[in-house]
Design a protein around this ligand. Sequence first.
Ligand SMILES: Cc1cc2nc3c(=O)[nH]c(=O)nc-3n(C[C@H](O)[C@H](O)[C@H](O)COP(=O)(O)OP(=O)(O)OC[C@H]3O[C@@H](n4cnc5c(N)ncnc54)[C@H](O)[C@@H]3O)c2cc1C
Length: 387
Amino acid sequence: MQDTTQERLLIADTVRKIASQFTDQYWMEHDEEKRYPKDFFDAFVEAGLLGITIPEEYGGMGLGISEAGIALREIAQSGAAMNGCSTVHFPLFVSGVIVKYATEQLKREVLPKIVSGEIDLCFAVTEADAGTNTTRIKTFAKREGDKFIINGRKLWISKAQVANTMVLLARTKRYEDVAKPTDGMTLILLDLNSPGITITPINKMGRNAVDSNEVFFDDVMVAADRIIGEEGQGFRHILDSLNPERVLLSYEAIGIGRVALQKAIKYANERIVFDRPIGKNQGIQFPLAEAHMRLNAAELMADKAASLCDQGIKCGEEANTAKYLAGEAAFFAADRAVQTLGGMGYAKEYHVERYFREARLFRLAPISEEMILNYISEHVLKLPRSY
Ligand SMILES: Cc1cc2nc3c(=O)[nH]c(=O)nc-3n(C[C@H](O)[C@H](O)[C@H](O)COP(=O)(O)OP(=O)(O)OC[C@H]3O[C@@H](n4cnc5c(N)ncnc54)[C@H](O)[C@@H]3O)c2cc1C
C-alpha cells in the first residue's frame, strides 16, 4: 500500500521502530531453537498494534486490512520474516470474524482482551482426512443442552502451544445429514486449557520459532454461548475472513522478498570474485532487478485487494491473485538471494536460507497455488469446475 495517509505512515513507522530492536541473530536463534519470540509479541501488544483492525469501541484502532497489511510487511521486511509475522497474524485476522459475527456480549468480553494480549488466538480448520476440502472435516461438536461436547482432531494448527484460545471450525451436523456440504459447520471460541485437549508439535521445514501442531479433542466441553455467529453457518462466516487473510499474507510475502533482496544487493556489492564485485555481472544483477519488479507488481495487487476489502467490496479475484503473485515473487526473490550469496547463501549466518524456507510456505498454505488457479479458472474465467 502506498503509505500515504497519516495512519499508514504512523503504523509503518511504529512497527519499523519496534521490529528494529530484534536483530537477525535473534531471529536465527529463535528459529534454530524453536523458541517462541514472546518478547517480540509483547512489544507489539504494548504498542496497541494487535487492535489495528478492531473497532475503537472495543479498544482497538478501528483501521483496516490495508493498515494491518503494512504492519505485517514491515515486520517481515525487518528480517523477522514469518517467525515475526505469525506471532500477530492470527489475532489480526481472526478478530475480523469475531467483530462481524459474535454476539455483542462476546465481543465486549473478548475483543479488548485480544488488544491487551490477554487472549491470544489460534485458528483451527485443517484436518488430515479433509485437506483442502474443508466440507469433509469430521471434528464434531455435539449439542447437549446448553453446551457442546467436542471430539476429533485438527492438523497444522499454528501457535496452539502458546495461544490460550482457539477459534475452531467443527461440524455440528454430519456431512451426510446436511442439504449442502457447506452447511452444518459452526465456529466455536474454545479455551485451550479445557480438559480433553492434547497438543502435539509437528517438526517442520521453516518458521520454526512459531509452532504448528496436531490437536486432539477428547470429550471437550464448551458452553453453547461460545459459538461465533450462527450455529451451522461457520463455513460461510470464515469465508468472509479468508480474503482478508490472503491479503495479509501477500504483504508478509512481499516483506520477506524485500529483505531477501536487500541482503542479496548488499552481498553483490561487497563480494569480490575475479577482482570485481559479483554485482557487476548481469547474471547476478538481472534476476535481482526482476525480483524487485515482481515484488512491486504483487504489492500493487495486494494494495488493490486491501482497498476493496476495506470498502466491503467483493475482492475474491484480487485477494487470490495478490496471494499467488506475492508468494511467487517472494520465493523468486529468496531463491535469487541464495544464488547471489553462492555457498554462503546456504549458511545459516547469512539468513537468506531462512527466508527461502519460509517463502516456500506461501505457495502451499493457507491455500495452495493450485486452489487459487482453480478459483480463478472457475469463478473469474467461468470455466467448468475441474474437481
Ligand atoms: C506451516 C503451516 C502452518 C499452518 N497453519 C494452519 C493453521 O494455523 N490452521 C489451519 O487450520 N491450518 C493450517 N495449515 C494448513 C494449511 O492451510 C493446509 O496445509 C493447506 O490448506 C493445504 O491443505 P493440505 O495440506 O491438506 O493439502 P491437500 O488438500 O492434501 O493437497 C495436497 C496437494 O494437492 C493439491 N490439490 C488438492 N486438490 C486439488 C485440486 N482439486 N486441483 C488441483 N490441485 C489439488 C493441493 O494444491 C496441494 O498441492 C498450516 C499449514 C502449514 C504447512
